[in-house]
Design a protein around this ligand. Structure first.
Ligand code: ADP
Ligand code: MG
Ligand code: ZN
Length: 480
């Protein structure tokens, strides 16, 4: 009928995400080589991760623990038995000719999250696997070199159901996943450093259609913004093909950020016949119910639960609660300030303002001001003993030199003067020096209150309590 709307309006976008996160272990999944970044090529290798014949893999219990934490953080059911399987394919960065992964019996199944948009997204499975190495094209002129430092680094792969219906929801899901895993101490989830990698499966179907159509998979999206963009482009391409009656071919795509386009990857091994089978070198992972229960008991409160608590019981505005829970250290500092007696809203202001600004300058550094000292400073400001501005100065000093707020404020002459006699003396002086303004104020020109308060503040060297001065001037000018 209309025929004018964008084709994408008649189609529904369907997305399923496969996310790889690097588990924050010190050593690899099946050998004791270091997982540290930035070493010389192949410095962190041994017969096991080089795939030497006869070398035997030994599972890293820390990786199993972290993967279990990942599963619980994402609300999945941890399986008491899971099995490592060989995923067979040939690629230069895969020295064994297979990757150790999990297939039929993965570590965890069946998670679910409800996003802020209301969308409910299922997690199909979480399995453990080892990372591959890296082909290096710019080290040896005319040749491709291989760096196997990453080979064998432990990953958790998190596979979602095809439940996502918009790029925005895909990003919301990824953010939830990242904050949950970072809070649980599972992974750094840094897209820049490659410890969080996203593959997006995309298809399009007519609205109202029940079956899914053929999907394509966009590999290795390396930022949330690029993921959203690539998904939008791919959706448009699918819609146009459906409209022209052309079949969509299931294949692997790459997003080219320089040209802002999605195109087919040079196909690795399109066969997808990985001939999975249980790895005969590795026994099944058998987790006891007691182990799983103990890990569950050790889990921190999730960011989502924290946000609810901050807004519902601590009176923190929602945007502040969101900001606080992006970073577990920040959230915990904020909570310590509240425990030390500060009110939630004010503690959030200071944490997100003065504290966060300084932490941004020194990422990862601990906050040198004990939470109790910030709470004491907040109390001084609330009582009017120091002004808000002077309070910030005190905070800066505490950060630099340590010390308690009251003593610093006294030493640095930042105690606010609220004493009526002292204030009256300054007000008298200002009235005497500005008779015209005073007359106009008395005649009803209210905005002059501010001017005169400013003069008192100046005369007091910033120490007068501006609220009390304001009140006193208004009263004495007969403005009540
Ligand atoms: P494979 O085992 O070949 O990787 P899966 O069935 O496990 O395939 O699906 C991989 C990912 O693709 C999952 O995240 C899933 O949600 C998603 N997916 C499957 N079918 C579709 C579809 N038609 N459209 C979009 N995503 C899909
Ligand atoms: Mg897959
Ligand atoms: Zn090794």
């Amino acid at each position: 009928m209309t025929g004018t709307g964008a084709v994408t309006e008649r189609y529904e976008l369907v997305i399923g995400l496969e996310v790889h996160v690097q588990l924050s272990t010190r050593t690899k999944l099946f050998c004791r080589c270091s997982t540290a970044f930035g070493a010389a090529p192949n410095a962190h290798t041994c017969p096991v991760c080089l795939g030497m014949p006869g070398a035997l893999p030994v599972p890293n219990p820390e990786a199993v623990l972290l993967a279990t934490r990942a599963a619980l953080a994402l609300g999945c059911e941890v399986q008491e038995r899971s099995v490592f399987a060989r995923k067979n394919y040939f690629y230069p960065d895969l020295p064994k000719g297979y990757q150790i992964s999990q297939f039929e019996l993965p570590l965890a199944l069946r998670g679910r999250v409800t996003l802020a948009s209301g969308a409910s997204v299922g997690i199909t499975r979480i399995h453990m696997e080892e990372d591959a190495g890296k082909s290096v094209h710019d080290k040896v002129p005319g040749k491709t070199a291989i760096d196997l430092n990453r080979a064998g680094v432990p990953l958790a792969e998190i596979v979602s159901e095809p439940d996502l219906r918009s790029g925005a929801d895909a990003v919301a899901y990824l953010k939830w996943l990242r904050e949950s895993l970072v809070f649980a101490g599972v992974s750094e989830c840094s897209m820049e450093e490659g410890s969080l990698r996203v593959d997006a499966n995309v298809s399009a179907r007519l609205r109202g259609e029940t079956a899914f159509r053929t999907r394509t998979e966009i590999k290795n999206l390396n930022s949330f913004a690029f993921a959203e963009r690539a998904i939008a482009l791919e959706f448009k391409r699918h819609c146009a093909m459906h409209d022209r009656g052309e079949p969509v071919v299931q294949q692997t795509m790459l997003y080219d950020q320089a040209n802002d386009e999605v195109r087919p990857a040079r196909s690795k091994e399109e066969s997808h016949d990985y001939r999975y089978f249980p790895d005969p070198d590795l026994p099944p992972i058998d987790l006891t119910a007691a182990f799983i229960a103990a890990v569950r008991a050790s889990m921190p409160e999730s960011p989502t639960a924290r946000r609810m608590r901050y807004t519902n019981t601590l009176g923190v505005p929602a945007p502040d609660a969101d900001a606080l829970t992006t970073d577990r250290a920040l959230a915990e500092y904020f909570e310590a300030v509240v425990r030390a007696g500060a009110d939630g809203r004010t503690a959030a202001n200071w944490t997100l303002g003065e504290v966060q600004a300084r932490r941004n300058e020194h990422p990862g550094a601990a906050v040198p001001v004990p939470a109790a000292n910030l709470a004491a400073l907040i109390a001084l400001v609330a009582a009017g003993t120091v002004s808000n501005t002077a309070g910030k100065q005190v905070f800066a000093t505490m950060w630099r030199e340590g010390g308690v707020p009251k003593a610093i404020a006294e030493r640095d002459g930042l105690i606010q003067v609220g004493d009526a006699d002292a204030l009256a003396r300054w007000v008298d002086e200002v009235f005497a020096a500005h008779p015209d303004e005073l007359a106009r104020l008395k005649a009803g020109e209210r905005k002059l209150v501010g001017v005169l308060v400013g003069q008192v503040m100046k005369r007091s060297g910033g120490k007068a309590d501006p609220k009390k001065v304001n009140q006193m001037i208004s009263e004495r000018a007969g403005l009540g």
